[in-house]
Design a protein around this ligand. Structure first.
Ligand code: SAM
Length: 284
């Protein structure tokens, strides 16, 4: 099997590529580029180590927003069966085509489109892994979409603004704990890999970023339970300072249900664990 790493090394450096294409970041597309291969390699290497994998051989990888292609190069250097990139910015599509010429169409597929409109589960190939330095303005909707279909994925290695990462990883009882923590922690084993200094990006954002690895917990939530869970957590966290006796009062037989599950009605939204929310959502 061809080793793609030397082919990637034949490309001009990332910074040269950005200069050659005159690629200036567009704020509207959430563009903060990583032009340091040491960092993009560290993201992929650390994620693979946590998954006890040497590389991506035999696996399919999907990258949202490859931009100038730093993370793309690092994924390809770890020899996936195929990498599919989804990018809205046509200027970056031209850069992807140059990489494709090096590695071949069977190794890099390019989709010029909106990641929010893609059904990643319908793409061929398994096991599937997602890797992305996410556009910050759509990071949560993209994550929620993947979480709801997590049984189709082997891993998600995603970079978020640190504040969003704090919410995802927050345990019950913590001020950052909320709906995205509950959904993430029920459906996945969530591992915070490392933080990245704003100075590593071009242009430098005001805030730090954090890389998180999500792997399926194995729990499957049926559609009805998922709808209940979403309603329940929305009600609870819309009035997060109120006791659930008040915030969840729309639920029929609330007192009886909570007593059966040993959940005190005096608790507030952030004091209820993900498992307790799930138990409540499962009740008829
Ligand atoms: N991966 C590159 C890196 O690390 O240097 C770029 C990351 S930048 C934070 C986000 C990328 O997502 C940009 O290239 C942007 O054009 C792209 N993008 C923004 N919105 C998108 C969307 N809805 N669908 C696909 N790509 C999108």
């Amino acid at each position: 099997m061809t080793d793609l790493a030397p082919l990637i090394d034949n490309l001009p450096s990332l910074r040269e590529t950005v200069e050659l294409h005159g690629l200036m970041a567009k704020k509207a597309l959430g563009q903060n580029f990583l032009l340091d291969r040491n960092i993009t390699d560290k993201i992929i290497r650390t994620s693979l180590e946590h998954q006890n994998k040497q590389d991506f051989r035999g696996e399919y990888v999907f990258e949202v927003g490859p931009g100038p292609g730093g993370l793309t190069r690092s994924v390809l250097a770890h020899n996936p069966e195929c990498l599919t990139v989804v990018e809205m910015d046509e200027r970056c599509i031209a850069i992807m085509q140059e990489i494709q010429q090096q590695v071949g169409e069977d190794k890099l597929q390019i989709i010029n489109g909106d990641a929010l409109k893609q059904d990643f589960t319908s793409f061929s190939g398994s096991p599937k892994n997602v890797v992305s330095n996410l556009p910050y303005n759509i990071s949560v909707p993209l994550l929620v979409g993947w979480l709801k279909e997590i049984k189709h994925f082997d891993s998600l290695t995603l970079m978020f603004q640190k504040e969003v990462a704090d919410r995802i990883c927050a345990p019950a009882g913590c001020k950052d704990y909320g709906r995205i923590s509950i959904l993430s922690q029920l459906l996945c084993k969530v591992e915070r890999l490392f933080d990245i200094n704003p100075n590593c990006f071009v242009p430098a954002p005001k805030i730090w970023s954090t890389v998180i690895l999500f792997r399926p917990s194995g729990l499957e939530i049926d559609e009805k339970t998922m709808n209940n869970l979403e309603k329940l957590t929305t009600m609870a966290f819309n009035q997060r300072r109120k006791m659930i006796r008040q915030s969840l009062k729309q639920i029929s037989d609330l007192e009886k249900k909570c007593a059966g599950l040993d959940i005190e009605l005096t608790l507030r939204a952030e004091q209820i664990t993900p498992q307790q929310y799930l138990q409540l959502a499962k009740l008829p």
